[in-house]
Design a protein around this ligand. Structure first.
Ligand SMILES: Cc1ncc(COP(=O)(O)O)c(C=O)c1O
Length: 455
């Protein structure tokens, strides 16, 4: 790649992070939070653990109402992949807001341009499209397309996958009592390969992908009615803690599905649009899905998501009553188109890979230095550090995970909590000097916490 700097988002490493209050959250954050929490209930653990009140963001930093500036290692929640308030994206949205905000699902010039751009960047034959305003709605639409395309009703997803919080999307993930008495009928979950914690291994102890596929075969025979429309998977599990499958998993699963007339639906909401250094994470695995769902980084903060369906099945979209009130509105299309253009114009896929190589080196060194670091995982700017109490037993170290998360946040690193797995999703526009500062905070905090726990 050419320059590794992204000038519009560059910031002097000597000036960030900058914590000016005695405590984090500071007094203004606390006061505003109390007012907000009088009404708003149900905040995420990200907010509960460190309830600061952000006021502005630019590029790779966020600033709270007390004037504290944080390095952003979260991109919100894997959303602002191209940094906060990219001038081109903000201007594109503002221009559409002045021109036309909504006209149901009529085509608009900006929508047509976006659809053509999407067709150009997807490397397979995913030429049937619909646009939505949340990841979960697009997932629901994808399920309906799979049903129509196959004439079948059942779905298989994987332990610890996350696909959204609406009706059927919840049945693809980990259940919660509020989702009802159980999974919706016809929804099943199976284990997927987790190389650090394998369920099926070869005699030499390495993960055995074929063991999983043999299990799926038996599961379809004995656990379903044989009416499976699709396997639905995240290419890399985000919520579960940046869990990457072995390289042979998706190619083998593709073959497995083809032999049985089962579709493969890739939920790229978190992994897509540059996060891992490709437009689609499935490109890393040389595997074409039949349906792909995109969101989060697609509009870089503006709510726009999409469903892409293989040419072979695209007519099925017509049968699902696919349109919605806001899907594909002109502002959303402007945000998404500008985001895709920015990725290309600024060479950001290459930059994500370059940053990933840097993160990998730093995190491998942490693994060598700190016994509580059990595993480190990186693809582009999607990273995870798994903390364990003991490297032999691999017992999750939740207390350490929470302590590292909150303490690093207080030092000025805005990031994503997940129990014993530290998750990082910095914007791919970050300069390596700032990435280094973020990594320094993480390393220093792991060292402190490890020491305090007596290691
Ligand atoms: C893989 C995946 N699918 C779907 C969703 C749901 O997206 P949304 O929150 O936009 O409904 C998420 C959100 O975190 C996700 O990570």
């Amino acid at each position: 790649m050419g320059s590794t700097k992204t000038y519009w988002a560059s910031v002097d490493p000597m000036t960030v992070p900058r914590i000016v209050t005695e405590t984090v959250p500071g007094p203004k954050s606390r006061e505003l939070n109390e007012r907000g929490m009088n009404y708003m209930v149900g905040y995420s653990s990200q907010v509960r653990l460190c309830p600061v009140v952000f006021e502005k963001g630019y590029g790779v930093t966020l600033t709270d109402v007390d004037g504290n500036t944080y390095i952003d290692f979260s991109s919100g929640i894997y959303v602002t992949t191209l940094g906060h308030c990219h001038p081109k994206i903000s201007e594109a949205v503002a221009e559409q807001a002045r021109t036309l905000m909504n006209c149901h699902d009529f085509n608009t010039p900006i929508k047509v341009e976006l659809l053509e751009k999407l067709a150009e960047i997807q490397p397979w034959d995913l030429t049937g499209m619909q646009l939505y305003d949340s990841g979960t709605t697009a997932v629901e639409a994808g399920l309906r397309v799979c049903r129509v395309a196959t004439g079948r009703n059942e779905f298989i997803s994987c332990y610890m996958d996350f696909h959204g919080k609406t009706g059927h999307a919840v049945s693809l993930g980990k259940m919660n009592p509020s989702y009802g008495a159980g999974r919706s009928q016809g929804f099943y979950v199976v284990p997927r390969p987790y190389p650090y914690r394998p369920m099926f291994t070869r005699p030499d102890g390495t993960i055995d992908t074929d063991g999983y596929l043999d299990f799926y075969e038996q599961f379809i025979e004995y656990g379903t009615s044989g009416d499976v429309a699709a396997f639905v998977l995240e290419p890399v599990q985000g919520w579960a803690g940046s869990v990457f499958p072995p390289d042979d998993f998706f190619p083998k699963l593709r073959g497995f599905c083809d032999e049985r007339g089962i579709l493969l639906m890739a939920d790229e909401v978190l992994t897509g649009m540059g996060r891992t250094g490709k437009f689609f994470c499935m490109e890393h695995y040389n595997t074409a899905p039949d349906v792909a769902i995109i969101g989060k980084g697609f509009g870089n903060g503006f709510p726009v998501t999409g469903m892409l369906v293989s040419e072979k099945y695209k007519e099925s979209i017509d049968a699902i009553s696919a349109s919605t009130s806001y899907g594909g509105n002109p502002m959303a299309c402007a945000a998404a188109l500008a985001s895709l253009e920015v990725i290309e114009e600024e060479g950001l896929l290459e930059k994500a890979i370059y940053l990933g190589e840097y993160f990998q080196k730093r995190m491998e060194a942490m693994k060598d230095a700190y016994p509580i670091v059990g595993d480190v995982r990186v693809k582009g700017c999607l990273c995870g550090i798994e903390l364990v109490k003991d490297r032999e037993t691999k017992e999750p170290f939740d207390e350490a995970g929470r302590a590292v998360y909150t303490r690093a946040f207080e030092k000025g690193l805005a990031w994503v909590p997940a129990g014993h797995i530290l998750r990082m999703s910095p914007p791919i526009v970050m300069d390596v000097e700032i990435a280094a500062k973020g990594m320094d905070i993480i390393e220093e905090t792991i060292a402190e916490v490890e020491n305090e726990f007596g290691y």
